[in-house]
Write a new protein. Structure first.
Length: 95
């Protein structure tokens, strides 16, 4: 699963929160930080159940890649803001 030419990944994913898996659609983007030298990515998860609460440890999987994700907050329109540091669960280069 690859990001588009602008570096944005938009597609299906699976969110695993405390062993409970749920399908979501995500829109993610990131950047390489010149301060710490790490890749920081974030975005929105659409369709996460209302029972999923920010701050709960979670994993985000896209295809066969699974990474730790931080559940930041619910935005007013209902999506779950997520973020991570390090290798994202999608390929950075366009297909």
């Amino acid at each position: 699963m690859n990001a588009d030419d602008s570096g944005v990944f938009d597609g299906d994913a699976e969110l695993d929160v405390a062993g409970v898996r749920c399908p979501v659609r995500v829109r993610l983007a990131g950047h390489l930080s010149p301060i710490d030298g790490q890749y920081h990515w974030q975005g929105l998860a659409y369709g996460a159940p209302e029972t999923v609460t920010p701050g709960t440890p979670a994993q985000l999987a896209i295809g066969n890649r699974s990474v730790t994700v931080r559940l930041v907050e619910r935005v007013p329109s209902g999506q779950l803001m997520v973020s991570g540091v390090g290798s994202p669960p999608y390929d950075l280069l366009p297909a």
